[in-house]
Design a protein around this ligand. Sequence first.
Ligand code: HEC
Ligand code: HEC
Length: 369
Amino acid sequence: MSEIGIYRQLSAKEAVASLHLELWRHTMLGRIGCTVRRISRRQMWIGIMSLLIFCAILSPGFFLDWRFYPAAWRLMFGPRSRSLTGRTFEPSPARLARGRYLVEGILGCFRCHSERDWDTLGAPPLPGKKGAGYDYAAQGNPRLIAPNITPDSDTGAGSWTDDMLARSIREGVGHDGRALFPAMWYASFRHLSDEDVASVVVYVRSIPAVHHPLPQSNLNLIEKLTAAYLPEPITSPVPEPDQSERVKRGAYLATLADCAGCHTSHYHPKAPVHEKPFGGGNLIAGPIHNVMSPNITFDPSGISYYTDDIFISVMRTGKIGARSLDPVMPWGVYRNLSDEDRCCQRVVGLAWPRRSQHPGVSSHGAHTP
Ligand code: HEC
Ligand code: HEC
């Protein structure tokens, strides 16, 4: 019987209804609807479960960060890293002097890798504790340890090879192949030239060995994921920086010291945040207070009134007029820079675009966000 024949046997109302049904069936939704009616209960449950599993897999990316997936992969299979080489860095008086200048100055290794005397101006390492490690539990973080990097072979770096040290410093992979938490500032240190990292290793090996056993960091899952994701191997030579102009020399120093890391709000080593570099506004947890970093650009809301002389004096004394800087600002190590290098750093400020952000107030005692 033709389709017209079917409709002829229906009332006019029924005919219209069945025509609508016929049209609906041809739409996409209709097709799905018809299929749904045909599937079994079991198939329906399989569908719902798959949908739930799919949502569960997507939710960490959606709610946390899409970088969760590469991070989880790295956590399971190890960080991106290169294999260790047998290279050694020959000690020489020039390397020792350059290493000392960098480590005790702009790089400030011992401000983290030592217990410090916070009551003394500039907060130097406690006597006999230089490089012997630091347990961040003293600062309210029981999961983080800056290891003993003195040449002690039982509890320090004595048995680690030169390349293990170089890889930890610039590439964020520890002597044992683990990803280091970025509280170790390898993201800035990766800009060290090959010769400079050699000098750093030579100097670190020359400090007195201190026997000071410490456990390794015991990071939580989120910290482990963060640590696992970030390391990137250095596989090509890093040449000497171009030091011909003061701005370039200053840029090298400011990058190594990561001035912008503390003096930029919501900074993250890999985030494209560089909208307000040096504009201040980062609340930094210190051992005594949390301190807001000030705007150090040459904007009127920053330090436009600074001259080279003021800058050098602040870096050398930790004081602006009668006001003392909180020791969270590592002036205690920057004071070891040469005046020429201090000036270079200041010149960098001029190279950045003028920005206004925070008026440069420090808020001692503020809470970590
Ligand atoms: C801002 C703090 C900070 C600074 C500055 C810093 N470190 Fe670290 N460093 C750490 C922390 C914290 C760890 C441990 C990270 C972890 O366990 O995941 C670490 C780890 C290391 C390791 C890895 C040790 C291992 O177990 O293999 C070495 C080597 C090291 N640092 C050397 C240095 C040197 C050399 C410098 C200076 C160029 C330096 N650090 C500067 C905080 C710092
Ligand atoms: C660990 C974080 C940290 C790093 C790294 C850091 N600073 Fe600071 N800096 C601070 C904090 C916090 C203050 C505010 C201290 C206070 O108000 O007592 C400050 C204050 C200053 C001031 C004083 C501004 C004023 O109020 O007049 C200058 C200048 C300065 N920093 C320059 C630098 C330079 C240049 C570098 C890099 C070589 C640098 N800082 C690296 C945290 C940091």
